[in-house]
Design a protein around this ligand. Structure first.
Ligand code: ADP
Ligand code: GLC
Length: 482
């Protein structure tokens, strides 16, 4: 049965991306739409979208947003339709036409506005979703705002709310004065504890209190976050809500990420032609990045935000040991200064064998997934992870730490049965990581048949959204009492 679903999120492909959330917003809704659902997405109209996509947008009209003390602020609504999914964009020059998406002192005010505006937008469109599917703190206040600010309106009260946690560490915690000033809410919601976190308010926690259902992006992460080790101090409320908490593994966009058609590659290839295909892509990548052209050397790739979460300091501590093996290492990413400077040092120290490309670069990311033999992702925690699934799709074996979605998607090589689609280690310890890298290298150099079998199982791994989209539909139906 068809459902009307509105996705609210801080980013989404094909319009704007900083991480895996954008991959999810750009792919799950498409599959839900293919299943016959009416799926729409609402994003802030960032400068980056204006720069690259303005010509594709249709102006629908202007609404007035009642955002706390700021009465009747105007916002213009734009629309675009791609792959059967309607995107709405909320324009507010002062809040969203800036260089970055997040990280400003007034983020609370900016996203309070976005959330009030998206609810006001429904009245303007006169389109009433069955479900609002909010994602991460940027839309965490939506369930409460919908209940309180539109209390007398049946059309709003009928809407059910699901909130997906993509990363519990990003919580949207702000001062309590935000309640009346930006959200138009009474201090009552602080006093009753429902928005309170430390001595301020938390957008994320509020979602955990008010959403009808909560989901997160892998089964393992859904149980990890009930513990104090992974719970980011939200574990208590999560344990309280555990009956309503679902863990559904992400998929990837298998059309966007397809080595058989990917135009960014030096040569296209598939599960049957990967040997020559990957060899050509490896040579092209080595050439592009100024590495020695060594066809037989194992090339390890990494594409990541360079933050502690991603285990980058396990790598930076062990660069000498890693590079003492017969390997080449390519790292693409930006992030914390300490990690960036360690990788700059690496590039200098191991010219021709190691490259650090500082920046965000979609095209190069595709070529690294295609040209590498191993993909390194030693995350300290990982709600799901998109990169390890992309690398499997490109026949590149992921080497991961067994946490969150990495544990749910990567089956480590078993030397007795030959089974597996990658490599993994359990303890967040740099020695264990190095041990596992050397173990993988041993398979690469000494057990070529075993390696080929692993690559074949990586290609055969189902990384599409098909199964998980059905689970989301079950979740929606449970909320709708269907
Ligand atoms: P997270 O969302 O925590 O950053 P994911 O693995 O879920 O991690 O998703 C990361 C996504 O962002 C992947 O699609 C990856 O290819 C992409 N990505 C990360 N860093 C870069 C970069 N520097 N350049 C291009 N793409 C990147
Ligand atoms: C977050 C998580 C990542 C996940 C992505 C999409 O960025 O860090 O593990 O894959 O969201 O759900």
């Amino acid at each position: 049965m068809s459902r009307k679903i509105l996705f609210a999120a801080g980013e989404g492909l094909p319009y704007i991306k900083t991480g895996g959330l954008a991959d999810v917003i750009g792919s799950l809704p498409k599959v839900l739409a293919e299943h016959g659902n009416d799926v729409r997405i609402v994003l802030p109209l960032y400068q980056g979208i204006i720069d690259r996509h303005y010509g594709e947008l249709e102006r629908l009209g202007r609404i007035r947003v009642q955002s706390g003390w700021l009465i009747n602020q105007p916002a213009t609504i734009y629309q675009a339709v791609t792959d059967g999914v309607t995107y709405y964009f909320i324009e507010h020059q002062g809040y969203f036409e800036r260089g970055a998406l997040y990280g400003y002192v007034d983020d609370g005010e900016r996203f309070a506005f976005y959330q009030r505006a998206l609810l006001d937008m429904l009245g303007f469109l006169d389109w009433w979703p069955d479900i609002i599917h909010s994602n991460d703190w940027q839309s965490g206040m939506v369930p409460l705002l919908c209940h309180v600010c539109f209390g007398g309106d049946e059309r709003y009260q009928r809407i059910k709310h699901v909130f997906t946690i993509h990363n519990l560490a990003f919580q949207g915690n702000f001062g309590v004065e935000m309640l009346p000033s930006c959200l138009g809410l009474d201090y009552y919601y602080f006093d009753n504890g429902s928005t309170r976190f430390d001595n301020g308010i938390s957008f994320l926690k509020t979602a955990l209190v008010y959403a009808d259902k909560i989901s997160t992006v892998s089964p393992t992460y859904s149980s990890e976050i009930l513990t104090s080790q992974y719970g980011e101090r939200m574990d208590e409320i999560l344990r309280y809500r555990r009956e309503d908490l679902w863990g559904i593994t992400n998929g990837i966009d298998t059309v966007e990420w397809d080595p058989q058609t990917d135009r960014r590659l030096a040569k296209n290839y598939g599960p049957k032609t990967w040997k020559t295909g990957k060899a050509a892509n490896k040579a092209a990548l080595q050439k592009e990045l100024g590495l020695e052209i060594l066809p037989d050397t194992c090339l390890i790739g990494m594409v990541s935000r360079l933050t502690e979460q991603k285990g980058v300091y396990l790598i930076s501590q062990k660069l000498r040991e890693i590079m003492s093996a017969n390997v080449q290492l390519v790292i693409l990413g930006t992030g914390e200064e300490a990690a960036e400077s360690a990788f700059r040092w690496m590039e200098n120290e191991y010219r021709g064998r190691a490259v650090y490309y500082q920046g965000y670069n979609e095209d190069l990311a595709h070529r690294i997934y295609a040209g590498s033999d191993l993909f390194l992702m030693p995350s300290l925690y990982e709600p799901c992870g998109i990169s390890q699934m992309v690398s499997m799709r490109y026949g590149t074996l992921p080497l991961v730490r067994e946490t969150g979605g990495l544990r749910d998607t990567v089956r480590p090589f078993n030397q007795y049965t030959g089974d597996g689609n990658g490599f993994s280690f359990y303890t967040a310890n740099a020695d264990d990581m190095v041990y596992t890298i050397n173990y993988a290298l041993k398979q690469y150099y000494d057990n070529p048949e075993g390696w080929d079998a692993l690559v074949s199982s990586a290609f055969a791994t189902d990384v599409s959204w098909e199964k998980s989209a059905l689970l989301y539909e079950q979740l929606y139906d449970q909320m709708l009492g269907r």
